[in-house]
Write a protein that binds this ligand. Structure first.
Ligand code: AMP
Ligand code: GLY
Length: 421
């Protein structure tokens, strides 16, 4: 089987690394891939939203199965593009249909879905430029901190958590009247702040059956002690130590099952990953958000823990027979530490030479490229270093040992992943 992975981050490198180990994988392609996927797949110079370019590549290389990594092509409707094209309709696509992708593409759609299906989430209201004065009143009647969310995709930046009422009102105005996040903030969801500890839960759904993947916890802030700006993620561990069997059952019954049943009841076709961002408040799980893809860097700890042949899993997802798949998960813990470029998530430099990369380790490239056969940084997040251990602490120790060997100008990483556990 010939497989194409769409995307070019650490998540996609981890997927390629695992797919490359499958006995069913004949040729593996990544679009656009990165300096890491170049070692286990053939990189195709294509943008993830260039559907026509992707079509040409799929036909040229006789690709049977496409795995979509990031949310943008999903929200833009890549799955439907394949289904509706007479030449592509028999190619398997793992990644949900356009309507279903609204679960990530619109906070308002996701909140309404949760309300309709009684899935625990923060109380909320939504506002547009026409109802901004009601939005201000709503803020006045709410308790700080105020949580403001741009309805649409805003490259992970559309959520503001603000202590001060005046500032919250100002930002609401910036979003609704001044297009702070462009089209994405034409509608704003204001919701109750939920205090607690976050975790990421992953499900693969074939439209009928689903399998639960290992859970993970990621570290989103740039600074130690979870301070500073939000990033794509600075590290992750799996499993999550505070998920005991009782809490796990609550997640199953209160969150996953009603989500799956809700999609079926609403007649929303869905084939792909569901990433449920959860927060544990006391002993109760609440949904913070849905994403319609795997998390990054969560994938870099979740995928290595899966012992099955990944092509077999995706083939079953494509054919609607996930009920036949029994996931084998290593009991070992996995931890990953993200190396980034100094300045990230704001302005940072690129094109720095990377040295000292150890061989035969689980190093998943996020922002690297190969130029004239030398490996260079090409993004804010550069690479995720994953290790196994008997528990997350020993796994982290191993990752930190490797991290110290890797060199490039402006290398930065958090030294406190797992500090809160
Ligand atoms: P989101 O893009 O919806 O995942 O939000 C980004 C981050 O904001 C989340 O990972 C949480 O840390 C935080 N957050 C979002 N909504 C809430 C909420 N209702 N209460 C507390 N924190 C939140
Ligand atoms: N690590 C969080 C995300 O992928 O959205």
């Amino acid at each position: 089987m010939n497989v194409l992975v769409i995307g070019g981050g650490g998540r996609e490198h981890a997927l390629c690394w695992k797919l490359n180990q499958s006995k069913h994988c004949k040729m593996l392609y990544a679009a656009p891939g990165n300096g890491g996927t170049a070692n286990c797949a053939i990189n195709l110079k294509l943008k993830v939203s260039d559907f026509d370019g992707i079509k040409k590549a799929v036909l040229k290389y006789s690709i049977d199965l496409v795995i979509v990594g990031p949310e943008d092509p999903l929200v833009l409707g890549i799955h439907d593009f394949f289904t509706m094209d007479p030449y592509l309709k028999n190619v398997g696509v793992i990644g949900p249909q356009k309507k279903a992708a609204q679960l990530e593409g619109s906070k308002s759609f996701a909140k309404e879905f949760m309300k309709r299906h009684k899935i625990p989430t923060a109380a909320y209201s939504e506002f547009t430029s026409e109802t901004i004065s009601e939005g201000e009143k709503f803020l006045e009647q709410s308790k700080p901190p105020y949580v403001l969310k741009a309805d649409g995709l805003a490259a992970g930046k559309g959520v503001l958590i603000i202590e001060d009422l005046k500032e919250a009102k100002f930002e609401l105005g910036q979003m609704l009247l001044k297009s702070k996040y462009g089209e994405a903030s034409k509608k704003v969801v204001i919701e109750e702040f939920l205090p607690g500890i976050e975790l990421s839960c992953f499900v693969l759904f074939d439209g009928d059956n689903y399998i639960k993947l290992p859970m993970a916890k990621d570290y989103k802030r740039i600074g130690e002690g979870d301070r500073g700006l939000n990033t794509g993620g600075m590290g992750a561990i799996s499993p999550v130590p505070f998920v005991d069997s009782l809490f796990d059952e609550k997640i199953d019954h209160q969150i996953i099952k009603p989500t799956i049943e809700g999609l079926k009841k609403d007649g929303i076709n869905y084939k792909g990953f569901i990433f449920i961002g959860l927060i544990k408040v006391g002993d109760t799980p609440f949904v913070i958000e849905y994403n319609v893809r795997l998390g990054d860097p969560e994938t870099e700890v979740v995928i290595p823990r899966i012992e099955n042949d990944l092509v077999e899993v995706f083939k079953a997802a494509n054919e609607g027979s996930l009920d036949k798949i029994k996931l084998q998960i290593t009991p070992k813990s996995a931890a990953t530490v993200m190396l980034v470029s100094e300045g990230y998530p704001e302005v940072y430099q690129k094109d720095k030479n990377i040295f000292g990369l150890p061989k035969n380790k689980m190093i998943f490239h996020a922002g690297t490229s190969i130029e004239k056969s030398s490996l260079k940084t090409s993004g804010g997040r550069v690479m995720a270093v994953t290790s196994f251990g008997d528990n997350f602490k020993t796994a982290l120790k191993e990752s930190y040992k490797i991290v110290e060997k890797i060199e490039y100008d402006g290398k930065y990483y958090r030294k406190d992943i797992g500090f809160d556990l």
